[in-house]
Write a protein that binds this ligand. Structure first.
Ligand SMILES: Nc1ncnc2c1ncn2[C@@H]1O[C@H](COP(=O)(O)OP(=O)(O)OP(=O)(O)O)[C@@H](O)[C@H]1O
Ligand SMILES: [Mg+2]
Ligand SMILES: [Mg+2]
Length: 301
């Protein structure tokens, strides 16, 4: 197969591993910086140009689009789809997953368990918003945050009100969520490929911290997940329309609750924690499914 990886940086662990695995399995693979692609949209022959020349045709594309370039990155991916190229994850599904409120609404509509979550815009109704999610303690999150930045635990009503007021002052979008205390500072990353969880790890926050992010000092370890957690992760990925996803789950008193579904889950943490060759599993999935014209939406958006 001829494969393109859409990634800004060929030296990133995940990108390197995908390239390595594809070559080992006899494929031609090339890393393309989506920001260096430009496209003609008019006419019957959509084209992609790259660094001054038309890009050679490929059979499949692996998007590794960072959150900061979602808008342009998904437009480039959509162009590949319009040309009939098979995407590992489709552009619509990636856009969907990057919008936290939209994702949570979609998942709840289909009965996926999640922490009780509220979001609001007007600054006048803080007290009722807090009541809506069951009162303190609550977790308050900036929707644009990553790696645990902008995720705050407010243990009292006063603290919650202050944080909400501060976030409102920043004119930032945020959500307010039931605090799943019984998770004990741990969450579970389920790595889904196709209809299977191929690996899972538990991330445990460091002492005195509730955020399990590795960037916040958490550590990862192997974990055996329950059948219910397994099916929740697979269903969540499917509802989002993602072939490959990192589904983050908390163990709550009322069963597994999904925190979020990532469309470009990193390989480094999960490969190290589980000692599994996830990159190879992804390439294998491409071999089985990556036929030209097999995109679901063909870039219809
Ligand atoms: N409702 C909650 N109850 C208990 N712990 C939570 C809750 N929400 C988040 N956490 C903890 O805080 C961590 C960070 O939260 P979250 O994953 O929502 O934000 P983020 O990691 O900054 O965002 P992203 O994953 O998009 O980069 C989680 O991994 C989890 O350990
Ligand atoms: Mg997270
Ligand atoms: Mg994330």
């Amino acid at each position: 197969m001829k494969i393109a990886v859409l990634s800004r940086n060929p030296r990133l662990y995940s990108t390197r591993r995908l390239v390595e695995s594809a070559r080992e399995r006899g494929h031609e693979i090339r890393v393309i910086d989506p920001l260096r692609c430009y496209m003609s949209i008019a006419g019957h022959n959509p084209e992609i140009h790259y660094k001054g020349a038309q890009l050679d045709a490929v059979d499949a594309v692996i998007p590794r689009i960072g959150a900061s370039i979602t808008f342009y990155g998904t437009a480039v991916l959509r162009q590949f789809e319009m040309m009939g190229v098979f995407p590992l994850n489709e552009s619509v599904a990636i856009s969907r997953s990057r919008d936290k409120l939209r994702s949570l609404q979609l998942l709840s509509r289909r009965g996926i368990g999640m922490p009780v979550t509220g979001f609001a815009h007007s600054p006048d109704d803080t007290q009722d918003l807090l009541r809506l999610v069951g009162g303190h303690p609550v977790v308050i999150k900036l929707t644009e945050g990553t790696q645990g930045v902008g995720v705050v635990l407010a243990e009292t009503r006063k603290a919650a009100e202050s944080v909400i007021d501060a976030f409102r002052g920043l004119n930032a979008h945020f959500l307010v969520q039931e605090f799943i205390k019984e998770a004990g500072g741990a969450d579970i990353r389920c790595f889904v490929i196709g209809n299977k969880v191929v690996a899972s790890m538990k991330r445990q926050a460091k002492e005195g911290e509730f955020r399990s992010n590795l960037h916040r000092g958490g550590h990862a370890e192997l974990i055996k997940i329950t059948p219910e957690e397994r099916s929740t992760a697979v269903r969540a990925a499917r509802i989002m329309g993602l072939n490959v996803a990192g589904v983050d789950i908390l163990r709550s008193n009322h069963g597994p609750v999904v925190m979020e579904v990532n469309s470009s889950p990193g390989l480094e943490g999960i490969e190290r924690a589980t000692n599994k060759d996830i990159a190879a599993r992804i390439i294998e999935f491409m071999e089985k499914n990556g036929k030209a014209g097999k995109t679901r939406t063909r870039g219809k958006g």
